[in-house]
Design a binder for this molecule. Structure first.
Ligand code: ZN
Length: 257
């Protein structure tokens, strides 16, 4: 009995190290369904710059800054947060990022803390933004970042059933925590100075253009000078960005928040 418990403990530790939540009580079916969680990239020498909470008014500037540097970014979109994703400007912004080769992904519909919701409510938050992204781009995202980085086993099971991996981060520019542009720059300098093999960043589309205009070009230039490849999240993990890609839809009366 003791040996069995020890084995289970070791197994749990190994799974925890791999970022897999495991409980001996769950069935194998549940374990297969449960989403994988990634907090870091796996392909050496890559950086994934990710931007949450849009589409919003600074998005095209972010895309332009990435494009100018030959870099790729990943956008975790909400459906109804700072803007409604179906508003004409928001639709155009999503199309702009996608058509320029940047990755689009789910940050769920209304930026709720998923750990406070029921099973049905979690799925509702997930599918509504997935549907919007398929309508607008034709791409069904393979990645989801839970608002606030908060998840529990219910969220992981729901994501797994929906074919998605859950993405956290290993570097926070702290823009959403009120960091000044200089503080964010210092944070980027700090992580670049430590030179980890990979970096998975957290930034926000919605924090003032002043900060973005200053911090993003600075970070891009410094990361490139340090020899990193600035790639999409999918590329830094060596996984497909989308579960399927079809022709985008055309606006109809269902395109509303
Ligand atoms: Zn967010």
């Amino acid at each position: 009995m003791f040996a069995t418990k020890s084995l289970l403990a070791v197994l749990s530790l190994c799974l925890a190290f791999l970022g897999v939540a495991a409980s001996p009580a769950t069935s194998s079916l549940e374990r297969r369904a449960r989403a994988q969680v990634f907090s870091r990239c796996t392909k050496p020498n890559t950086v994934a710059l990710t931007f949450d909470d849009g589409p919003y008014i600074y998005m095209n500037d972010i895309v332009n800054a990435l494009d100018a540097a030959g870099a790729k970014g990943t956008f975790f979109f909400n459906g109804n947060n700072y803007d409604c994703i179906y508003n004409t400007n928001a639709v155009n912004r999503v199309k702009y990022a996608y058509s320029h080769g940047h990755q689009v992904a789910s940050h769920t519909w209304a930026h709720k803390d998923l750990t406070t919701l029921t099973w049905d409510q979690i799925h509702d938050e997930m599918w509504r933004v997935e549907q919007a992204l398929v309508r607008i781009t034709g791409a069904y995202p393979a990645f989801m970042r839970p608002p606030y980085g908060n998840y529990n086993n219910l969220v992981l099971d729901a994501s797994g059933i929906r074919g998605q991996s859950v993405i956290i981060w290993d570097f926070d520019s702290q823009d959403s925590l009120g960091a000044s542009p200089q503080t964010s720059k210092n944070l980027y300098d700090g992580v670049i100075g430590r030179h980890p093999s990979t970096i998975l960043t957290l930034n926000h589309e919605t924090i003032g253009s002043f900060a973005l205009h200053q911090v993003l070009p600075y970070a891009i230039q410094k990361l490139k000078a340090a020899g990193y490849q600035l790639v999409t999240l999918a590329e830094c993990l060596g996984m497909p960005a989308y579960q399927s890609v079809v022709a985008p839809g055309t606006r109809d009366s269902n395109w509303h928040c």
